[in-house]
Structure formats: structure tokens, C-alpha cells
Write a protein that binds this ligand. Structure first.
Ligand code: TYD
Length: 141
């Protein structure tokens, strides 16, 4: 069975250029899981790539609060996608077992909502391991 892949989510945006904008995430309506943890980044120099991991079980929604983040994903079946987060009202849902890299541009700040407590055991930090894990599953190991 094919796993549901990453997908964009639109949050509600209020405001105008004269006063600025406000984006709201109503957790129960806008995030497709119960949020357990929220974190945000700062000070990532433009051009830096973060991420380079997948999670065994954690689901994630990302957004760029400011700047631009180009997210590249890979699923266990090898399908790859690229998403540009350059509006605070645009979120990206990432399922478990979704390899992601985030290229930060234009002084980007990322906010992330996650479905589970932090645990290093939930991370797959090697792309080779990620690909091997699923090749093994495909062979029924
Ligand atoms: P990491 O998830 O690797 O960040 P990124 O993918 O943006 O590069 O996390 C960076 C560091 O922060 C790593 O040492 C783990 C730590 N960390 C926590 O302790 N708790 C958390 O909730 C998160 C997200 C990270």
C-alpha cells in the first residue's frame, strides 16, 4: 500500500501591507495530528541545509515564518518532491518515514509542529540507512 505523502496546508492569513500580517494555526482544524511539541529555528545563515533525516513515527508540519525554505522530500518508494515555503500561511505536512532536507534562504525562520516527544531513537539520520531499511522491508525481512 502506498503511504500518503507530504502535502501543503493553507493556514488562515489576516492583515494587510499597511499594518502587517498574522497567520493562525487552529491546532485541531489545521494540523492533521495531535500536536505534542513545537519548535522554531533562528540564525540559520542563508544557503544552509538543515534536516537530512526521517522519523520512524513522528509526523510534522513545517512553515517558514519568514524568508524562504525549500524542502526536498523522499519517500520509502523512492518518490521525491520539492516544496517552496515562502508564505507564513503555507504549511507542509510530512508523514513518518519521509526523508527531508530544508534549504534555508533569505534569513528564514522555521516553525515546526510535531506529533511526538523528542527522541533521538525516532530519527533516521543516514539516507543510506533510510533507503536500506525500506529495501529490506520490501524483501519481507
Ligand atoms: P534536529 O532535529 O537535527 O534539527 P534540524 O533538522 O533543523 O537540523 O535538531 C537539532 C538539535 O536539537 C539536535 O541535537 C537535537 C536537538 N533537539 C532537541 O533536543 N529537542 C527537539 O525537540 C528538537 C527538534 C531538537
Amino acid at each position: 500500500m502506498k503511504t500518503a505523502g507530504p502535502r501543503l496546508i493553507e493556514f488562515t492569513l489576516f492583515g494587510d501591507p499597511a499594518t502587517g500580517f498574522l497567520t493562525v494555526a487552529v491546532l485541531e482544524d489545521d494540523i492533521p495530528f495531535e500536536v505534542r511539541r513545537v519548535f522554531w529555528t533562528c540564525g540559520t545563515p542563508p544557503g544552509v541545509t538543515r534536516g537530512r533525516h526521517a522519523h520512524h513515527r513522528t509526523e510534522t508540519v513545517l512553515a517558514a515564518v519568514c524568508g524562504r525554505i525549500v524542502v526536498s522530500t523522499e519517500l520509502p518508494d523512492g518518490e521525491t518532491s520539492e516544496f517552496t515555503l515562502d508564505e507564513p500561511s503555507r504549511g507542509l505536512y510530512l508523514p513518518p518515514l519521509c526523508w527531508r532536507t530544508m534549504k534555508y534562504e533569505a534569513a528564514a525562520v522555521q516553525i515546526a509542529f510535531e506529533s511526538r516527544d523528542y527522541s533521538e531513537d525516532d530519527y533516521i539520520r543516514s539516507l543510506d540507512d533510510f533507503r536500506r531499511l525500506h529495501a529490506a522491508e520490501g524483501r519481507g525481512e
